[in-house]
Write a protein that binds this ligand. Structure first.
Ligand code: GUN
Ligand code: ZN
Length: 443
């Protein structure tokens, strides 16, 4: 008799109200065919992948988790967030450039110590998961070890993680500057060890134009040209004083965005944060290059940077995702970012539907990153990065939810009133990586 070598596949079924998107909802539409809502369904997960969804109870071959009355969403994708800045979240009283010098750079200097970088990476990724974010594009620090520890921590958790050592060779304090040649060697080594391994991807990470010499920007563009599968992340046109500084540093460039374009940093895998002070030509260029813009409303409000014009972005035709930008942003909660996004649009006399917001944080972000075959929705074949949320928590939200009638009304109230406390569980590739601790039971 031959020995049985086939291992049983793992089958998990999660019951709840399934919500995701099959396309891009029209701006302003409350009822949209791109919204897929499957109330009280079982999401079927086999060996970490979504294999179906059904209303009928699955048979005994499935391990069942019954979350009836809860919302099941694809894990959120945070397209712009800084790992070391958890330590300076909610720092008082400064605009961007002062905030960087006063709070951010000192916090990042500490990541030269591998022990600090290691502990910081673990704490950060656990915090993302505890907020329902299962995939992210992350800034570590200039130190090679900060990228290594982040990649390792992402690998251990099975997460889709895009990051890369920060490039900065000028206008930064001692201990936070690299140089062109060493930076190139560090990037090449990190790319060879992590890019395309497990669910990790390397992002050429230019902090922002002022902290890189033209030679370093050219080197970064070179790396992107050598391997079109690399991502790129940076900041652009966030703050007026920053924009003026860039104009002085790069007088030959037409605009801040053009500084990046000239060296080949704008491409389909590029994610640029903020873009508040772009002009029409810049917007057209972003669309032409296929780059994605990460709208960071919490940070933009907190640092007083300005109000992003999402409608102009849509009209220009480039992808917009919504990101926390912690520690400029004050929360890792995507719902809080979306609540702020709604208010920023409201100030311009426009309204962002829950569909537009949630799409940008899931399928839209995934498509912008070229990863929608893997993440961003609950379609068959994707990896099961899914989160289970209470619809309402606490008397105020419960009362509001009780009187909500239409689906959009319910989901909009959820988006506006919920946060990480609503998260019951976060699964990454079908493995529970976070569960809300149960309150102690009293006899
Ligand atoms: N521009 C350059 N660096 C940063 C940063 O760390 N945060 C924000 N919000 N903007 C930046
Ligand atoms: Zn940022």
């Amino acid at each position: 008799m031959t020995k049985e070598t086939v291992t049983a596949s793992s089958r998990l079924a999660l019951r709840g109200d399934l919500l995701d998107f099959t396309g891009t909802p029209a701006w302003g539409a409350l009822d949209d065919p791109a919204v897929r809502f499957r109330p009280d369904h079982w999401l079927l997960i086999e060996d970490g992948r979504i294999v179906g969804a059904q209303a009928e109870d699955p048979d005994a071959r499935w391990t069942r988790e019954d979350h009836r009355g809860r919302l099941i969403l694809p894990g959120f994708i945070d397209t712009h967030v800084h790992c070391p800045q958890l330590d300076v979240i909610a720092s008082y009283g400064a605009e961007l450039l002062d905030w960087l010098n006063t709070y951010t750079f000192p916090a990042e200097q500490r990541y030269a110590d591998p022990a600090v970088a290691h502990a910081g990476a673990e704490r950060f990724l656990d915090a993302l998961l505890a907020h329902g974010t299962t995939a992210a594009m992350v800034f570590p620090t200039v130190h090679k070890v900060s990228a290594e520890t982040l990649f390792e921590a992402g690998r251990q958790r099975g997460m889709r993680l895009l990051t890369g050592k920060v490039l900065m060779d000028r206008h930064a304090p001692e201990g936070l500057r690299d140089d062109v040649e060493q930076a190139r060697r560090d990037c090449e080594d990190l790319i060879s060890r992590f890019h395309g391994q497990d669910r990790l991807g390397y992002a050429i990470t230019v902090r922002f134009a002022p902290t890189s010499t033209p030679a370093q920007l050219a080197m970064a563009g070179d790396l992107c040209r050598q391997d079109a599968s690399l991502y790129m992340q940076t900041h652009v046109a966030e703050n007026r004083a920053e924009v003026e500084w860039v104009a002085k540093l790069f007088p030959e460039a037409r605009s801040y965005l053009d500084v990046y374009d000239r060296v080949g940093l704008l491409h389909e895998r590029a994610v640029l944060a903020h873009g508040i002070w772009l002009d029409a030509q810049d917007r057209a260029l972003l669309a032409q290059r296929g780059a994605q813009l990460a709208f960071c409303p919490s940070s933009n409000l907190f640092l007083g940077s300005g109000l992003f014009d999402w409608v102009a972005a849509r009209e220009a035709g480039f992808a917009v995702s919504v990101a926390s930008d912690v520690g400029g942003g004050t929360s890792l909660s995507t719902q809080r970012s979306l609540g702020d996004a709604y208010k920023v649009q409201a100030l311009a006399g426009r309204r962002m539907t829950a569909w537009a917001g949630l799409h940008a944080a899931t399928l839209g972000a995934a498509q912008g990153l070229g990863l929608s075959q893997e993440i961003g929705h609950l379609g068959v074949g994707t990896l099961a990065d899914v989160c289970i949320w209470d619809w309402a928590r606490g008397p105020v939200a419960e009362a509001r939810f009780a009187v909500a009638r239409e689906l959009h009304e319910k989901v909009f109230a959820w988006m506006t009133l919920s946060d990480e406390r609503n998260l019951a569980a976060a699964f990454v590739a079908g493995v529970a990586r976070h569960r809300r601790p149960e309150p102690p039971s009293h006899p």
